[in-house]
Design a protein around this ligand. Structure first.
Ligand code: HEC
Length: 107
């Protein structure tokens, strides 16, 4: 009986947890799903779609000078050939993915 209650409880918890996980993906998951196609796994932009759109490397001198606020604003609003993600990603997800991009940058 106890076991059954446990299983029922876990199912209920999972039913609630799943949409939350989907709505708030981690930075690395978002990057792989939406950004890697242009920005490449290492952030170099060395991808066919990255070359076609002239995606700059996150380690270019110009990018290293950009502030966190610039990255957040440009991910929300888009810039040049870079698509806008406000409405497509939650604000928390935009923060997560930008935090992940910083990990691809040389310190
Ligand atoms: C269609 C290709 C493409 C995709 C997909 C893409 N980007 Fe970009 N991204 C670009 C290009 C091109 C630029 C350079 C924009 C410019 O300076 O004109 C850029 C620039 C940026 C910058 C720097 C903006 C700045 O301040 O100059 C950030 C941050 C960025 N992208 C984040 C992301 C994130 C996060 C995603 C995924 C959610 C993403 N990009 C998906 C093409 C892309």
């Amino acid at each position: 009986m106890k076991g059954l209650i446990g299983v029922a409880l876990i199912s209920v918890m999972m039913a609630f947890a799943e949409p939350i996980v989907l709505a708030q993906s981690s930075g690395v998951d978002i990057y792989k799903a939406k950004c890697l196609i242009c920005h490449a796994v290492d952030g170099s932009g060395n991808m066919p779609a990255g070359k076609a759109t002239k995606t700059p490397s996150f380690n270019s001198a110009e990018m290293l000078k950009m502030s966190d606020a610039d990255f957040l604003a440009d991910t929300r609003n888009g810039k040049g050939k870079m698509p806008a993600y406000s409405g497509k990603l939650s604000d928390q997800e935009i923060k997560n993915v930008v935090a992940y991009i910083h990990t691809l940058q040389k310190k």
